[in-house]
Write a protein that binds this ligand. Structure first.
Ligand code: SAM
Ligand code: FES
Length: 350
């Protein structure tokens, strides 16, 4: 049984200082839903003081599942011979944007593996074509690690935001999640480059990834404080059957909610998605994520014909739904908890 007064004292201190110690983190992560109520409420208050009851929506377009990388946790890693590979053409992507625009999306997120076909020129072509047709929309890229010069070209072509989860801020932990040829230092450098260029930047990590500990999570929070990103994407790790981490335990709902709330308290103005992975481990995961301090949801705009193939983890939800179904399903879910989806770019208030 946790001492409620002690928890309140800790939460108030984190709220007032926007800082957390490792000991405090350990205590908060071990709380059950009931004991964490004060933390959840405080995070929700902070979220509402910045963003009100608004929930921003992003139209997610998973445009390729080819990848040259071999991240141990990821279902579309190059070594997964069972992955059914696909890539969308420029025309397919523009069709997704057209549907999305009609549904009220003003942010398109282009996410994919590191696919050799989508080289610098082709990515720029996609970005420019979207930018010309939808000057009022934000374009987010989430396509991994590139040289700074490429990021500069993407920015000049019209991309505004970039999501690159750092995955873990502990280099030893990073080495356990990735093959030897991938470099922790490069990932961190990419985030610094993106910020310097002027992108609104998102970092993030999986909750409950293999070998994660309070120590590594504390480093993640310190890194967030240092980078001051506009967005932080966190969601539970969920194992995928064709990866080396098949059968490893998934991250939990409780731990993800606790971390969403803590991130809201230490970095109050951040954009914080309540992710599909959270909705996958619990039927009300995305609602709970919003109530714990999240303020973004990312309905899927990819054509239904490819949805199942972007299988980062097992049992992913929403793989059979049309874009409009996903959009209105999430709208209803948000309304059911007293929040409302807004149709605008949803820029960070950092
Ligand atoms: N290639 C880009 C990159 O590396 O940033 C974007 C695509 S990658 C699939 C997007 C994110 O999916 C990763 O940053 C990772 O955190 C998440 N992811 C991959 N496998 C996952 C799994 N098994 N469970 C939960 N999230 C996963
Ligand atoms: Fe490249 Fe996952 S290994 S997207």
């Amino acid at each position: 049984m946790a001492d409620i007064d002690k928890i309140k004292e800790i939460v108030d201190r984190i709220h007032d200082t926007q800082n957390i110690t490792k000991e405090e983190l350990e205590i908060l992560l071990s709380l059950n839903e009931e004991d964490a109520e004060y933390l959840t409420t405080k995070a929700r208050e902070v979220r509402e003081s910045v963003y009100g009851k608004d929930v921003y929506i992003r139209g997610l377009i998973e445009f390729t599942n080819y990848c040259k990388n071999d991240c141990l946790y990821c279902g579309i890693r190059r070594s997964n011979k069972n992955a059914d590979r696909y890539r969308l053409s420029l025309e397919d992507i523009m069709n997704c944007c057209e549907t999305g625009y009609e549904l009220g999306f003003r942010t398109f997120v282009l996410q994919g593996g590191e696919d050799a076909y989508y080289n610098e020129d082709r990515v720029c072509e996609v970005v420019k074509t979207i930018r010309d047709k939808y000057p009022d929309c934000a374009i987010t890229l989430s396509i991994g690690e590139w040289p700074k010069e490429s990021y500069e070209k993407f920015y000049k072509a019209g991309a505004n935001r970039y999501l690159l989860r750092h995955e873990t801020a502990d280099s030893c932990h990073y080495a356990k999640l990735h093959p030897e040829e991938m470099s922790f230092d490069n990932r961190i450098q990419c985030l610094k480059d993106l910020k310097e260029i002027g992108f609104q930047v998102g970092c993030g990590f999986m909750v409950g990834s293999p070998y994660q500990s309070v120590d590594t999570l504390f480093k993640d929070l310190q890194w967030i404080k240092e980078l001051q990103p506009h967005m932080v994407g966190i969601g539970p790790f969920i194992s995928q059957q064709d990866t080396p981490f098949a059968g490893k335990e998934s991250g939990t709902l409780e731990m993800t909610l606790r971390l969403l709330s803590i991130i809201r308290l230490i970095h109050p103005r951040v954009l914080l998605p309540s992710t599909t992975a959270l909705g996958t481990i619990h039927p009300l995961g995305r609602e709970k994520g919003i109530l714990a301090g999240g303020n973004v949801v990312m309905p899927n705009l990819s054509p239904t014909s490819v949805r199942k193939k972007y299988a980062l983890y097992d049992n992913k939800i929403c793989t059979g739904d049309e874009a409009a179904e996903c959009r209105y399903c999430l709208q209803e879910r948000m309304e059911s908890i007293g929040y409302h989806v807004v149709t605008d770019r949803g820029d960070s208030k950092l």
